[in-house]
Design a protein around this ligand. Structure first.
Ligand SMILES: *Cc1c(COP(=O)(O)O)cnc(C)c1O
Length: 400
């Protein structure tokens, strides 16, 4: 038998991210029953290493499901995919030259289905929900997650309910409606939307797929880590700069690096993980600076980067831990700096990034100035979405 037929998920169990207590994966789970903190998926990585090899991986399908052994869906028939992932890792030659760097890279997540990397998390979460018979989904979201959930729910023939602050970007409202989701606009903040979504879940039996409050979205986002390493010829960059809202992506990339070490793809080397937040919404940066393990929620967060407008993150300690263990740092940038960087990335590289993607370039400039990142470092900027999702906020900022 060819090895290919043996390719399957090597999921073994879920594990509390705080206490390590194991729990089963064959029934729907949300937060860890013993701590109320996120659950993380564990795999038999020794078994996975038999088929998930450096030589086998290159010939696989160009989307995130190429890493099937370390993905949580057991029956491939349940995979709901729109071709998400395996996005380009662009060598930013002109921007790098402008900054005096020879090895600047941009992972362009704006080319994903629904225009952001939220597609990865929701492809994984919707697939697992389908596998577990949860066919009615709900979520509070101010941005791209809602559009992605709506798209994947549509592709799977599932019901999607969205609770969204009324001031959310027009693109995010529109795509939910177009994909046939039940869009509920909320007068208030994302926390108010969260309460209403929770109440609806309780009342109608919907499954709430808020990030890190269910275990599978982070499994989709971790594939960014696998791809970066694979696309660098199984090498680890020096620095990864990540625009952080709830921090699922940092937590996922950090998890992927550990898994890849156990798979024998890399050694113990790690990139410095840099957490960037918006000046007016920086709970994780505040906690990092104060040396705290958990973050204090922000009241009335404001930033035009809707993906970073997250006042309280359930996985706060996991993000802060990854930043510290990696020898990275956490810092803020202003909305004005993000918008200027959106234009720079567009003009130097032909990539029109979301303001969140712009934030990574603004952060890089600050870190080059302070000497915390060196011009000879190999740096990966995560452009997490497309500017085309933000026309109503970028238009006025760019004078149109
Ligand atoms: C959601 C989002 C983020 C923040 O992602 P987390 O992994 O939750 O921190 C960043 N950028 C964009 C475009 C987003 O939609």
């Amino acid at each position: 038998m060819p090895a290919r037929t043996k390719i399957r998920s090597q999921i073994t169990h879920l594990e509390c991210s705080l206490t390590g207590t194991p729990c089963g994966y064959v029934i729907p789970q949300r937060l860890s029953p013993d701590s109320g903190k996120p659950l993380l998926v564990r795999y038999d990585l020794e078994k996975a290493a038999e088929t998930l090899t450096k030589s086998d991986i290159v010939a696989r399908e160009p989307n995130m499901w190429r890493y099937r052994e370390v993905m949580p869906v057991v029956d491939p028939a349940n995979i709901v995919t729109l071709g998400e992932g395996f996005t380009p890792l662009q060598h930013a030659r002109r921007l790098g030259k402008h900054l005096g760097m020879s090895s600047l890279l941009i992972k362009d997540e704006g080319v994903n289905p629904t225009g952001s990397f939220k597609a990865r998390g929701l492809s994984a979460a919707v697939s697992r929900a389908l596998e577990l018979g949860q066919l009615k989904l709900t979520m509070p979201s101010a941005g791209n997650a809602a559009g992605a959930m709506s798209a994947y729910a549509a592709a799977a023939g599932m019901e999607a309910h969205v609770y969204m602050p009324r001031d959310a970007p027009m693109a995010n409202q529109l795509e939910c409606v177009a994909y046939g989701a039940d869009l509920n606009l909320v007068d208030g903040f994302i926390t108010d939307a969260g309460r209403l979504s929770g109440e609806a879940a309780e009342k109608h039996g919907y499954f709430d797929v808020s990030t890190l409050k269910e275990p599978y979205r982070v499994e989709g986002k971790k594939t960014m880590g696998y791809e970066i390493v694979e696309q660098l010829g199984f090498e680890v960059p020096d620095v990864v700069i990540y625009p952080t809202g709830g921090g699922t992506g940092i937590v996922g990339i950090w998890k992927a690096l550990d898994e890849m070490e156990k798979l024998g793809w890399i050694g113990s080397e790690r990139p410095r993980m840099i957490c960037v937040q918006a000046e007016e919404c920086a709970p994780l940066v505040n906690a990092y600076n104060k040396g705290e393990e958990f973050a204090t929620p922000i009241e009335n967060p404001t930033t035009l980067a809707a993906g970073m407008r997250v006042p309280a993150a359930v996985g706060d300690f996991l993000v802060i831990r990854a930043v510290r263990e990696s020898g990275g740092t956490a810092l803020t940038v202003t909305d004005e700096q993000m918008v200027a960087s959106v234009v720079d990335m567009a003009r130097f590289e032909g990539i029109f990034p979301a303001p969140e993607g712009g934030a990574t370039l603004s952060a890089l400039q600050l870190l080059l100035d302070s000497g915390e990142v060196s011009r000879s470092d190999r740096v990966v900027l995560l452009n997490t979405g497309s500017a085309l999702k933000y026309l109503d906020v970028l238009g006025p900022a760019l004078g149109l």
